[in-house]
Design a protein around this ligand. Sequence first.
Ligand code: ADP
Length: 316
Amino acid sequence: MSFKQFSNELNIIANCKKYGISIWQCPQFLFLIMGGVIIITSLITYSLGTRYVANPNTVSLIVLVLTTILLVITFSITRTMEGLAEANRLKSEFVSIVSHQLRSPLSNLKWVTEFLLSGRLGKLSAKHDEYLQILKDNTIRMGELVSDLLTVSRIEHGKMPLNKAEFSLLNLAKETISEFEPAAKASNIKVSLEVASSLSLAFGDVSRIKIVTENFLENAIHYTNKGGEIQIKIEKKNKNLILSMKDNGIGIPKKDQQYIAQKFFRSKNVLKRQTHGSGLGLYIAKSIIERSGGKLGFRSQENKGSTFWFTIPTKN
Ligand code: ADP
């Protein structure tokens, strides 16, 4: 190990930052703490030993052997943790690089497909049109997945700045509803909005909170059978606003509920329906809400429906 490498190893804060974890989860920092604990324990054992054991040399030897064993074990555990943290960092970096690299070919593909579909290069037969439409839909889906992966990688690296300001949660809900109106109509799903009188403004990054309302409504439409109903409510509780979205859709099986909002998790009943999705939306939504100072949760019963909710602070 060169001197530079050695001095890098000693820079604990920089190493913890590199892994994107807090100092209390950082292997090098924990090793330092454990070292301190072992030294203090050895000193206490030594002072107790000299008081109660006749031969001080025996005490010294026992303390020395125990300290060495504990140090070796701690070192090996820290090294293993370091290896895992490094593998995790490399995985995140890989996902981030691949997602970045995929973005431009995907937007080119979408642009070319749209151009062909426009008929400016000549009229298309019904079959050509159908296949190009499939190509376009799949390109859009891939684009969404890549964009979700990039957002997850930004969240994990703490690189998702929030531009907080006051905004109307009611207007945001209305915007989201009109955005999804065609999808709701296509499935004959009724969406209603109920708002408590005299609502304060919410305080957060409106563009990020929109990602959350869009995810809730997209899921509610996706996982509700044709002819269903979605009720959106906005209320005020103390210094927070609560937005809840209740559907009478397929619900979430009880044994799957503990995993909801974990990365890539999709419940069994959803997988059976073979609807597309990445299982990243709620993970992203939860991270956004928690970083905005709110909470996200849900209640659900299989085949009855689900209510997803989040809170967001007001300024006063
Ligand atoms: P995706 O919808 O892409 O699968 P999400 O992270 O948005 O990913 O949701 C994760 C999982 O949570 C879904 O796959 C589904 O199992 C469950 N879920 C979310 N919203 C609902 C809902 N309104 N009704 C039933 N299940 C839901």
